[in-house]
Design a protein around this ligand. Structure first.
Ligand SMILES: C[S@@+](CC[C@H](N)C(=O)[O-])C[C@H]1O[C@@H](n2cnc3c(N)ncnc32)[C@H](O)[C@@H]1O
Length: 500
């Protein structure tokens, strides 16, 4: 609590400390209140971590972190601060079960630690491969690649187009779609080194949104009014006498693939040149990325092999990564069926997610650890806070206050799956290892879900010792709908620290 006491401006603790978890006292809240009292003493309202401020002024060394455009990433500063706090030995292994763009892995590597990362999205693999070879690129080769792209023309006879799925249909102007397919085929079958090809793939992924008719907007992909599917939809409405829906998005002149790629490539070449100026010839530490669900991959990792974990899971907020990154996934050849599977593989964070308990049961049976599965299930079932939240959401849903039946299922699945993950982290971490998770609290239909404290409680139940819960001064905003109906409430953004 020292930070609270030393802060300059007076602090109204009630802004962070929650006393009412169920609007209008609609549902029991004893378990959540008890939890609030239990972990408040180790909570510190802090300025040490501030995601907004650190993401703007990146130093040149930090430029590498931006190589995959990934809005959900946390800052390199946050990882560095935590690594410094953890006082790791040389050759320590730093893990991130939800690797995203690879911030943890890269900062670990830059500080001489090995890294182990998991993610279900194939872009993560491309990003970490491209970044970790920053010292190995041949600038001459990349310059040649840049020149060849600048002069490449798609032959008139070429009839290929880039793959699309329902949500990305008509996503690019026809010429751009042809160019994407042609460049991919041409350059991937060329004699360029694997490193150069991976870098080109990354630059292409980063260009897709700009050259398309779409724009990422929070949970959704919005579409430009010139996009053929928007024109067709407006026509269809007109034919049935309805007014066309108001489509405001107009992205202006879209760059061609060639223009966007050259710009991306020039920028990364500049970063590479900067990195290669110093004496470092390669990262000394090793990075390992496993493409797949951490829920099913972490159980394959040996006991007592991880020295620290710095991670941020998907938040329990219905955010669907497979929708936001639909253009990128479709470009990489993932089919409709593949996207559906990826969505299901996500830690339950969307209303489409179905329970994974049967799949986990079969998995643990297959690897001969059924008793372990039963133990974790028992831990989950006896958690009073989760029981209270589940009942409260069920009640709100039955009252018609939750517009989607998938919400209660998502919340339950989210904490169940995280408990499995925490148990596996406890098994794979060495004694003394620190674990840090960044997460946001959420609220559904007036019911506050203290994600920071509940995850800490579940982690404690599987063996971790809670050390500290840093909570940021800035909080998560309440949605205007919730505010109007249920009033304002503190929704913390926290970094929970536990120790094995
Ligand atoms: C909040 S982002 C992590 C961002 C990361 N800290 C960074 O700096 O880029 C969460 C990530 O978890 C991944 N994810 C979701 N479910 C997963 C699962 N079951 N196993 C592994 N990764 C998963 C998502 O694809 C997403 O990249």
């Amino acid at each position: 609590m020292k930070d609270i006491l030393s802060a300059q401006e007076p602090i109204d603790i009630q802004k962070w400390h929650v006393s009412n978890f169920s609007a209008d006292d609609c549902n029991p809240q004893e378990a959540r209140r008890a939890l609030e009292e239990e972990y408040w003493p180790i909570t510190e309202i802090t300025d040490r971590f501030n995601r907004q401020s650190v993401s703007y002024q990146l130093s040149k060394k930090d430029s590498l972190h931006r190589w995959l455009k990934y809005k959900e990433g946390f800052s390199a500063d946050l990882v560095k601060t935590l690594l410094d706090d953890f006082h790791l030995q040389k050759n320590a292994v730093v893990a991130d079960p939800f690797m995203g763009s690879g911030t943890t892995a890269l900062v670990a590597l830059m500080n001489g630690y090995d890294s182990l990362g998991f993610d279900i999205l194939p872009m993560s693999g491309i990003a970490i491969k491209a970044k970790t070879t920053v010292y190995e690129y041949s600038l001459t080769e990349l310059q040649h690649l840049l020149e060849e792209i600048a002069s490449a023309e798609v032959p008139a006879y070429y009839a290929g187009t880039t793959p699309e799925i329902a949500i990305t249909k008509d996503g690019y102007p026809t010429e751009t779609s042809r160019a994407l397919a042609y460049y991919r085929q041409y350059f991937m079958h060329s004699d360029y080194s694997d490193e150069a090809k991976t870098l080109l793939e990354l630059c292409t992924l980063n260009s897709l949104e700009r050259i398309s008719y779409s724009a990422k907007d929070g949970q959704y992909l919005r579409w430009d009014r010139r996009c053929p599917k928007m024109i067709a939809a407006a026509e269809a409405r007109k034919k049935t006498g309805r007014k066309p829906a108001a489509v405001k998005l107009d992205k202006g002149k879209l760059p061609t693939l060639k223009e966007a790629l050259c710009e991306e490539l020039r920028s990364v070449i500049e970063d590479i040149r900067y990195f290669q100026q110093d004496d470092t010839k390669a990262f000394e530490a090793q990075s390992r990325f496993i493409e797949g669900s951490a829920l099913f991959e972490l159980p394959k990792i040996a006991d007592n092999t991880i020295d620290a974990v710095i991670s941020s899971p998907p938040y329990c907020n219905r955010y669907d990564y497979t929708r936001t990154y639909a253009l990128e996934l479709a470009y990489m050849g993932i089919t409709e069926q593949g996207i559906r599977q990826l969505r299901q593989n996500l830690l339950s964070c969307t209303v489409e997610n179905k329970p994974k308990t049967e799949e986990l049961k079969a998995f643990y049976r297959n690897i001969g650890r059924e008793a372990y599965y039963e133990r974790i299930m028992h831990t989950i079932q006896k958690n009073k806070t989760l029981q209270e939240i589940n009942l409260a959401l069920k009640q709100r849903s039955e009252n018609g206050e939750i517009n989607n039946k998938g919400v209660p299922r998502m919340v339950d699945g989210y904490f169940r799956e995280l408990t499995f993950l925490f148990a596996e982290l406890h098994r794979t971490c060495r004694p003394g290892a620190y674990v840090a998770f960044v997460n946001d609290n959420v609220r559904y239909a007036g019911e506050v879900i203290p994600v920071d404290y509940l995850t800490t409680q579940l982690a404690e139940q599987v063996g971790f010792t809670p050390v500290k819960i840093y909570t940021l001064r800035q909080q998560k905003g309440n949605s205007s709908q919730q505010m109007k109906k249920y009033g304002r409430v503190a929704l913390r953004k926290s970094i929970t620290i536990w120790r094995k």
